[in-house]
Design a protein around this ligand. Structure first.
Ligand SMILES: Nc1nc2c(c(=O)[nH]1)N[C@H]1C(S)=C(S)[C@@H](COP(=O)(O)OP(=O)(O)OC[C@H]3O[C@@H](n4cnc5c(=O)[nH]c(N)nc54)[C@H](O)[C@@H]3O)O[C@H]1N2
Ligand SMILES: Nc1nc2c(c(=O)[nH]1)N[C@H]1C(S)=C(S)[C@@H](COP(=O)(O)OP(=O)(O)OC[C@H]3O[C@@H](n4cnc5c(=O)[nH]c(N)nc54)[C@H](O)[C@@H]3O)O[C@H]1N2
Ligand code: SF4
Ligand SMILES: [Mo]
Length: 648
């Protein structure tokens, strides 16, 4: 007889929606995952990436055993070893590095491959315990975080959006990247006849479903926002009482926006003057409107100017006064995720390295204590970081000892000395927050781990005694690690029974905040118009570089290609379907050309983060992106300028 069970869990991926799911298990094998019907966001559906997640755990290329490198770094030649041998090797190499170079020569590196508290933070306990380097920064949304740190509100309970009277989707491709939010838009449309406007250089599948698509010249968003503010002030449409209560620099802001007249703005942003004027009036009149912004427009050297200018608009119009109004880029349930990392175990002030700048961290010859030991989990830096040629150059260093934990032999794992097989969400326990709603969710393991895969909590518990770390924090179970993050009044058992819990932070009202906000200063600059700007937005079937190895998702995505407007193709004598080389001072990448007016003139788009294997789809966008960060630490992926020519 089959033993059939249903196990409650949730998606661990770096996506605003954090869906709750039910894993269907027969005889210790997951036969399907279904979105939880009663979860207010998930409403019974997962997405095109995850709706067959079981295939990821049973994939033929899944890592199932620890491996030791036998060939050149990057070549991908490894031999199987036992866990004991892998762990002993790591402990011995780390102890030797600490002996010769000090503990800060050890660098941890993780991002959001899994958003699970245990998978993200358990291993940090080891690094803190050893006095190793800490980690800070972001590859995503760092501009928003910089503004948030200044006190700017950047989100609220998105469920309020059902009562927004105007929704401006500003550089967000919702139907691909967080489609559960679209349900709120549908609801707002049916309740209030809400109009939805999309501002995006690309006519995305989201733009197609909006009432209006405004194709903007990439990088000019802060100018458009200044223009909207200028019109509102000029025409007396601003909520000045509200703005004065919020702003530290009302007059300076008015001065700054003054020169951004509709004609100048239209010219700089690549749109008609009437479009700018109508947008400003509609935005000011809506009661309330939400600016629902995404990540790509932050990914420039002036990312903070974008977020600051949107924050200014939300307050200038007084939209924060009403539920459903304001600025939404990010919001999260209120719990203390970072408590799980136990930084109190650190011996004191240790140096902190920027996770978004691995290239410099590994190649800067003037660095005081060069990194000699690196452990990577939940991130694929050889593919996702800017200037990945430099990242690879660093990872190839012979004097660097690298450990990578992952599910697959990623481009990064190919550079490792030791590769450790990690469990997937269907095989381990975890709790997962969110960055697009207020629910904290629990994930129960559905089946026994495949092969010899282990959770990060387990790896921490096995390594600690080998490193002479004996604090009780190093023997806590995965459940105990997760429990350290829960707020008063919520325990793990209750969360297990409920499946998820809404933990809303208070709704922001910047007019009541003690901190007065600064809006002037990040003066926008017109973007150069002669060079082609390369955009590398998210793909529908992959999650960043995850799933780019999975047959079903690859088939859905189709082969990589470069989108170019007919005007730009004609001026270069290029035609649809031909092979082209995309080139700049950092490198050259070959792909097929797709001539289409989906993208605005002056920009080209390369969708998806592909791997270097198999060769025919090895279109590595970040071989072209620059080693440039905004003042707030955001990698400027979109400040990439390229030439495109027929491939030879
Ligand atoms: N399917 C899928 N879902 C995902 C992901 C994925 O890889 N695939 N990744 C997840 C992650 S990590 C994140 S951060 C989110 C990101 O989610 P989004 O913010 O929605 O995604 P992006 O592709 O970064 O950018 C959104 C849109 O901005 C546009 N854009 C580019 N440059 C500009 C500009 O200068 N101005 C304006 N106005 N628009 C611009 C792009 O054309 C794109 O359509 O999605 C998450 N969800
Ligand atoms: N050019 C360009 N580059 C970009 C972007 C862009 O738009 N353009 N977007 C940027 C953004 S917004 C982001 S967020 C980053 C994302 O960059 P990353 O956070 O590196 O995201 P992924 O590429 O999905 O890689 C995550 C890795 O974690 C692994 N993983 C998943 N779960 C687990 C687990 O439980 N344990 C372990 N050990 N590993 C796990 C996956 O298999 C995968 O290899 O990329 C950035 N890079
Ligand atoms: S990737 Fe996002 S939309 Fe897809 S299942 Fe996970 S949380 Fe839901
Ligand atoms: Mo991201």
């Amino acid at each position: 007889m089959t033993d059939a069970r249903e196990v409650k869990g949730c998606c661990p991926l770096d996506c605003q929606d954090t869906c709750a799911w039910t894993a269907h298990v027969e005889d210790d094998r997951v036969v399907g995952v279904k979105g939880a019907k009663d979860h207010p966001f998930t409403r019974g559906v997962l997405c095109a990436k995850v709706n067959d997640y079981q295939n990821r755990i049973y994939a033929s290329d899944r890592l199932l055993h620890p491996l030791r490198r036998t060939g050149e770094k990057g070549s991908g030649t490894f031999e199987r070893i036992s866990w004991d041998e892998a762990l002993d090797t790591i402990a011995q190499r780390w102890k030797a590095i600490i002996e010769s170079d000090g503990p800060e020569a050890l660098m941890p590196l993780f991002y959001l491959g899994s958003m699970g508290v245990v998978q993200r933070h358990a291993l940090m306990r080891l690094f803190h315990g050893l006095g190793a380097s800490r980690l800070h920064g972001e590859v995503c949304g760092a501009s928003m975080s910089a503004l948030w740190a200044e006190g700017h509100p950047v989100g609220f309970d998105p469920e309020e959006i059902v009562d927004s009277k105007l929704i401006i989707l500003w550089g967000v491709n919702m139907l691909s990247t967080c489609h559960h939010h679209w349900q709120l838009i549908k609801e707002a449309r049916s309740r209030h006849g809400t109009r939805v406007i999309c501002i995006d250089p690309r006519r995305t599948r989201t733009a197609e479903q909006c009432d209006q698509h405004i194709a903007i010249k990439p990088g000019s968003d802060a100018i458009l926002a200044m223009g909207i503010a200028q019109i509102m002030l000029e025409e007396g449409l601003a909520d000045l009482d509200y703005f004065r209560a919020v702003a530290a620099d009302t007059d300076a802001f008015a001065e700054q926006v003054k020169p951004w007249t509709p004609d100048r703005v239209a010219e700089a942003c690549g749109m008609e003057t009437e479009t700018v004027v109508a947008l400003a009036r509609e935005f000011a009149a809506a009661d309330p409107a939400v600016l629902r912004a995404g990540v790509a427009p932050q990914q420039t050297i002036r990312g903070e100017a974008f977020v600051r200018s949107l924050s200014a608009l939300a307050s200038l119009a007084g939209h924060w006064r009403k539920p459903g109004g304001g600025l939404f880029i990010f919001d999260a349930p209120a719990f203390d995720e970072f408590a799980a990392a136990r930084d109190d175990l650190a011996p004191g002030e240790t140096r902190s390295l920027d996770l978004s700048a691995l290239g410099p961290a590994l190649t800067d010859s003037t660095m005081e204590k060069p990194v000699k030991g690196l452990m990577v989990w939940c991130m694929n830096p050889a593919v996702v970081q800017v200037d990945s040629g430099k990242v690879r150059q660093g990872l190839a260093r012979e004097d660097l000892f690298t450990v990578v934990l992952d599910h697959f032999m990623t481009d990064t794992a190919r550079y490792a000395d030791i590769v450790l097989p990690a469990t997937t969400q269907l095989e381990h326990f975890d709790i997962v927050g969110a960055w697009g709603h207020h629910y904290l969710s629990i994930n129960n393991p559905a089946v026994t781990p495949q092969g010899e895969a282990k959770s990060h909590g387990e790896v921490m518990r096995l390594l600690a005694p080998r490193l002479g770390l004996d604090h009780p924090a190093f023997s806590e179970s995965d459940e105990e690690i997760a429990a350290t993050t829960l707020p008063d009044g919520l325990d793990l058992e209750t969360l297990r029974e409920e499946g998820w819990r809404k933990l809303s932070p208070p709704r922001p009202d910047p007019s009541r905040s003690e901190t007065k906000l600064r809006f002037a200063g990040d003066d926008p600059e017109p973007v150069p118009s002669d060079a082609l700007r390369l955009l590398t937005p998210k793909s529908h079937y992959f999650l960043n570089s995850s799933f780019a190895n999975m047959p079903r998702q690859r088939k859905g995505e189709g082969p990589p290609s470069l989108e170019m407007h007919p005007v730009d193709a004609d001026s270069r004598g290029l035609v649809d379907g031909q092979a082209v080389t995309i080139r700049n001072e950092r490198g050259a990448v070959q792909t097929a050309l797709q001539v289409s007016d989906i993208i605005t003139p002056g920009a080209v788009t390369l969708v998806g983060k592909w791997w270097s294997e198999p060769e025919e789809t090895a279109v590595l966008a970040n071989m072209l992106t620059p080693s440039i960060w905004s003042a707030g630490g955001q990698p400027a992926y979109n400040d990439t300028f390229v030439d495109v020519e027929a491939a030879r």
